[in-house]
Design a binder for this molecule. Structure first.
Ligand SMILES: Cc1ncc(COP(=O)(O)O)c(C=O)c1O
Length: 376
């Protein structure tokens, strides 16, 4: 065995002993399990209009964009998606990327460098954490949702450019960031606020326009938005949204955008169709809201701001057993355990899905109530 093979084996043994081994579990196309673990909050990934648009885009443009955006990869379809996405989120302009992960990497690394202070909420997504590290900026992590701590960190910037990172709706606990206060604090220190709307787009706001626009912050020049096309829009990809000057800067400086093949045509066409379905069915986000609040009441937890319901479990083992029992009864839910949770508490992560038919939703909530009750 080579040194490298021995190292891989040792790492695997260590992970197993700590109960941290992750495994891929391929699913078939029709496993008739009700999926309340994924992030397809509006059920649009299987919407016939969305699927047809994705297929049509592949037929017209090909299976891949063929090159990066600055070479020959920019399609008129990208431009249409960017214009309609920006309009929906109330932003002047948008730039589409291959993933939401890329969008966060692009925004942060193009705006921050060694002379920047990044102030990062303790619960932000791994993509923003990685982006901050890649930027080489100094990073100050503040307690979750603590605006005073953000203010204190900004006060210590000492004249450097500063950027605050937050999610509009946090992905694990489903709670909302205090965006209005954060935007005020950032304005008073001349800092930028980057808000990841991955779990806000399609969910937050009266028509799913996201929390930034809902709170009237979309026109604030110091607030920048990132989004993913892979959750509520049911496709794949991401975007950074803000002023034309910001987009111009990203096109010229954001390495995760410049050195990456353009967003593929099927994902672009699918996301665009999903956005149009969302615009034509403005009631969809309210289905999420009513489902999530009644399920929260049934499970005895607080209703979240977004579609994610986080149900604390007494131990990692109990959380795993409850998840397995849900699956035995035909309902797939997520299970987050340390170290993948921001606060050390094991939990079931249940995503509300407006696309699940009413009878299946009733069956699923019945299973969830019984399983959670049995494991309390
Ligand atoms: C908050 C947040 N930001 C960004 C991403 C990355 O998005 P994508 O899956 O499109 O790369 C995710 C995905 O899980 C997320 O939850």
């Amino acid at each position: 065995m080579s040194d490298w093979e021995r190292w891989l084996t040792d790492e695997a043994v260590r992970r197993d002993a700590a109960g941290l081994t992750r495994r891929l579990r391929p699913r078939g196309p029709d496993d008739d399990v009700i999926d309340l673990a994924g992030n397809d909050y509006l059920g649009l990934s299987r919407d016939p209009l969305v699927v047809a648009a994705a297929a049509e885009a592949a037929r017209i443009w090909g299976a891949g964009a063929g090159a990066s955006r600055l070479v020959t990869g920019t399609l008129s379809l990208h431009e249409t998606l960017e214009q309609e996405l920006a309009a929906f989120l109330g932003q002047p302009a948008a730039l589409a990327m291959s993933t939401g992960y890329h969008a966060n990497l692009a925004a942060v690394t193009a705006l921050a460098d060694r002379d920047t202070l990044i102030v990062s909420d303790a619960h932000i997504h791994a993509s923003l954490i990685d982006a901050a590290r890649l930027s080489r900026a100094e990073i100050a992590v503040t307690p979750h949702g603590d605006v005073d701590a953000v203010s204190a960190a900004l006060a210590s910037a000492g004249g450097r450019r500063a950027i605050v990172l937050a999610e509009s709706i946090y992905s694990v606990l489903g709670d909302a960031a205090p965006l209005t206060s954060l935007a005020d604090v950032c304005a008073s220190y001349g800092a930028l606020l980057i808000v990841d709307e991955a779990h806000g787009l399609g969910v937050a706001g009266a028509i799913g326009e996201g929390l930034v626009r809902d709170l009237g912050l979309a026109s604030a020049p110091h607030v920048i938005v990132t989004a993913t096309l892979s959750k509520s829009l049911g496709a794949q990809g991401g975007a950074v949204l803000g002023s034309p000057a910001l987009i111009h800067h990203l096109v010229n400086r954001a390495r995760p955008f410049i050195f990456d093949t353009a967003l593929n045509p099927a994902a672009t066409g699918g996301a665009l169709a999903a956005l149009r379905v969302l615009r034509s069915r403005p009631e969809l986000p309210s289905v999420i809201r009513s489902r999530v609040s009644s399920l929260a009441a049934q499970l005895g937890v607080d209703a979240p701001a977004g579609a994610v319901l986080s149900v604390p479990m007494a131990s990692p083992q109990i959380a795993i057993a409850a998840q397995a029992e849900c699956l035995e009864h035909g309902v797939r839910v997520g299970c987050f355990r340390p170290p993948s949770v921001p606060d050390g508490i094991s939990r079931l992560r249940i995503t509300t899905n407006a696309g699940v038919p009413a009878d299946a939703w009733a069956r699923a909530t019945d299973v969830l109530s019984k399983v959670v009750e049995a494991h309390r």
